[in-house]
Structures are given as C-alpha cells and as structure tokens.
Design a protein around this ligand. Structure first.
Ligand SMILES: [Zn+2]
Ligand SMILES: [Zn+2]
Length: 447
C-alpha cells in the first residue's frame, strides 16, 4: 500500500540528478521532487516527509538554509536530512553538519550507496549513519591550552640575552600593494621583538604571515614557543593570524595576550574571526597548543615583563611596554591624543601625560602617526594621530628612539619621507633628542 511507504522529498535544481535520485528511490519509497530550496521548504511543510534529500547550491534558497529551516524551531520534528553535493570540501561537510544534516553523500554517487544511506537514515536496516564527520584534514589535534606558566622562559643565568625588533607590517588600516608603497611596505601591523630564542609578537596584521614563514625556517625541527600581544582586534591587527605557519605545527606553543573584548572573551573573538563564514579552517583545528590570556596586570614571561595601558581608539585598545634584559620597548598603536579629540581640559591633558609617562625611559617607542594636521580635520574621531602629535609625544616622553608606524594606506614612500622629515624637524626645533624614523617592513633594530 502506498500509504505504508516512507515519504522522501528530493530537492535539487539539476533535473537530471533529481530524476536519477527519484529512479533510485521510488521503487521503495514515496518520492516527491522540488526544484530548488524554496520549493523544497514549501513542499516539506505541506507533505511532511520522513527524509529530505537535498543539494547544496541551488537558486532562491541554498541547502544550508533549508537544513536550518527543517531542523530549527518551526521546522519538521523528526525529519532526517541527507545532503548530496558535488562539493567535497571539508568546510562544506562541517557546515552542513552544523546546519543539521544527518548525513552527507558526495556526488556522483553509486545507486547502491544512496539506497544504503537512505535506508539507514530511515531505520530500515543497516547501521545508522554517523553524522557527517569532520574529514581527516580537519580532524583536530585538539590539545589543552598551554598555561602562561608553561611558556615562561627562565631568565638566562649568564649574561644578557640579545634583544632586537623587526618590523613585518607597518601599514595601517588596510593592506596596500603598489610600487609607490614598496619602500615602507604594504603589510599591516606586525612587530617582532626577540629576546634570545623567544619571540614576542605585537599585533597580527598581514605582516604576521612572513614572520611565521621566517620563524618556521629558523626553528625547523625545534619546537617554538612564543607570546603574541594584540593591542586590539580590528582587522588590520588580526588579519594575518590564520596565516601564521607555526600554528600548524603540533610541536609549537603560543599564548595570545590582550584584554577582555567589549563584546566577549578574547578567545571568542579569535574563534569567531576564523568561523567558517570567514575562513576554511576553524581555530580549534590549529595544531599548535594555543592559549588566551586576558591581562589584568603586567605579564611576567620570565625573559621579559609586559605591562599595558589603555589607548584612545574606538573600542577596546591597549598599548604595551616591554622590559627585557635591561632594555625597554613601548608599542603604542592605534591612538588619538585625548586633548586632540576631546579638547584641552585638565583631564585630557592628564590622560595624554600618562601615555607619555608610560613610555618614559624607553630605548625604543613604536608609535603610530597616520595623518597630517590638514588631513586630520576630516578624520577627527577615527582614532589616529598626526605627525605633530608624534613629535609632541617624543618631546614629552623624552624617549631615545621613536619608530613612526601605522602608515596611511594612501601614503606613498615619497610623501612618507617628507612627513617623517617634518616630524623630526619639529622634535629638533622643540629641543628634543629623540631619534625619529619611519618604520619600514624588514627593518631590524638591535637593542
Ligand atoms: Zn589599526
Ligand atoms: Zn583600529
């Protein structure tokens, strides 16, 4: 009797594949077909099938959305869903599973395989299929997060460790690529501070990719332990994160330091930035041991101490001061002086003085300046400083050296040379002794 047969709805916009599936299934089941996701959703509500066999890429409504509707609130309780797709990407399998698919069959499939999967899903013999697995490539080598203690490196017994800074990304806001910026570089914020064999990394802009490759070459065959400090999580400061090769080596360990985000934990922000809508490999699949530390005060890394200070930038943003082996480096990006944005008041002057004080005594300050005074007029409130601000800061803090960074994406090398000269001139005329220069990608400074 037809009424005893289980009901199957086939949803596919390809007529040939639709009738192929119908041919395979109609001897045993009551089969209805729909021509796309929207049609499928409408027919599913009307017919209440036991199983929906759906394609993924369809006009009007794709298969993920249909899965979500069928399995979600207001969907069909108890309905099983088999996704059939020619897409064999690990991301699609994981994403279909997340949307509620009970099984995933890659096209082209053999009729016998289709029947087997359908019978199993409907409880008609055969082992019930396991829900779609994250395939081999994505199967995580999930390991517990390292602790900050585990990564602490004991200060060396004899002599001071070598300390140097290398710039891997000096561009602000957006990666930039054209011959006019080749001198200062187009990768976004990333600075390496090396203390002996321990890398401290400041910001994870696109410059992080090349730093990762360089570290992978250097540490070939040796485990790498590093500390990553993120001033804030705007795109230009995190976009290189998933491209950091050492994350894909299970022997490596990293701690990521910042503060709690305005809308959630630090770990959550990075997890979301690598969710499948943005990147094909989820953060949980990274092979290296990775931990997140929301700083409440200074971090003691053994070979270095790192403290932080809140800066004036939209959202949560902090700067860092590193004391290592008798040297001090301060990293301040992105920041718009308080008095510049809010007007001169006792409070704003005190807040600006505190930032200068935070940097005082540094052998090197890496700080941003993105605009000229003329440009600033139309960019007030964007959270960035001018070359005049940087000069004023150098005079107030009296630091030895100042690398100006976070260059505007529209700034050519020629213009930058002129603006840095201008900044240096202001410091000289103000009676300052700070050695001011523009940060260039690849530049290495021994300290
Ligand atoms: Zn920025
Ligand atoms: Zn920013």
């Amino acid at each position: 009797m037809p009424g005893d047969k289980k009901k199957i709805l086939i949803v596919d916009d390809d007529e040939m594949l639709r009738s192929l599936a119908a041919d395979i299934l109609s001897a045993e089941f009551e089969v209805t077909a729909a021509v796309d996701g929207q049609d499928g959703w409408e027919k599913a509500r009307e017919l209440r099938p036991d199983l929906v066999v759906t394609d993924l890429m369809m006009p009007r409504m794709h298969g993920y959305e249909l899965c979500g509707l069928l399995k979600g609130k207001g969907g069909l309780p108890g309905v099983r869903v088999l996704v059939t797709s020619s897409k064999s990407f690990t991301t699609d399998v994981s994403q279909a599973a997340a949307a509620g698919a009970d099984d995933y069959l890659v096209k082209p499939y053999l009729p016998g395989e289709m029947l087997k999967r359908v019978r199993a899903l409907l409880g008609l013999g055969g082992a019930a299929p396991k829900p779609p697995q994250e395939p081999e490539l994505l199967r995580t080598m999930r390991r517990p997060a390292p602790t900050a203690d585990e990564l602490r490196v004991a200060p060396s017994a004899g002599g001071r460790l070598a300390v140097y800074v290398r710039f891997w990304g000096t561009r602000g806001s957006c990666p930039t690529c054209n011959p006019k910026v080749a001198g200062y570089g187009g990768n976004t914020s990333c600075v390496e501070l090396r203390v002996g064999d321990t890398p401290l990394i400041f910001d994870c802009g696109t410059g992080l990719r090349e730093l990762g490759d360089s570290l992978a070459r250097e540490f070939k065959g040796r485990p790498l332990q590093g500390h990553i400090f993120v001033g804030h999580t705007h795109w230009d400061h995190i976009q290189g994160f998933p491209f950091f090769t050492p994350f894909y080596n299970p022997a490596n360990k990293f701690m990521v330091f910042s503060v709690h985000g305005a809308h959630g934990s630090l770990g959550r922000i990075f997890t979301q930035s690598m969710s499948l809508d943005y990147f094909p490999i989820p953060l949980s699949s990274l092979a290296a041991k990775l931990g997140f530390v929301e700083m409440k005060g200074p971090a003691d890394l053994g070979v270095a101490k790192v403290s932080f200070k809140h800066l004036n930038h939209p959202g949560v943003c902090i700067g860092f001061r590193v004391e290592a082996q008798g040297r001090t480096v301060t990293y301040l990006s992105d920041h718009e002086p308080f008095a510049k944005l809010g007007g001169v008041s006792d409070l704003s002057l005190r807040q600006d003085a505190e930032i200068a004080e935070f940097a005082r005594g540094s052998d090197l300050v890496i700080r941003e300046a993105q605009y000229t005074e003329a440009e600033y007029a139309s960019r007030k409130g964007w959270g960035h400083a001018t070359y005049d601000d940087a000069a004023k800061f150098a005079l107030e803090s009296g630091v030895k050296r100042m690398a100006v960074t976070h260059h505007d994406p529209y700034r050519s090398d020629e213009e930058l040379d002129a603006h840095i000269d201008y900044c240096r001139g202001l410091i000289g005329r103000g009676g300052g002794a700070t050695d001011c220069f523009g940060a260039r990608e690849g530049m290495k400074i021994e300290l």
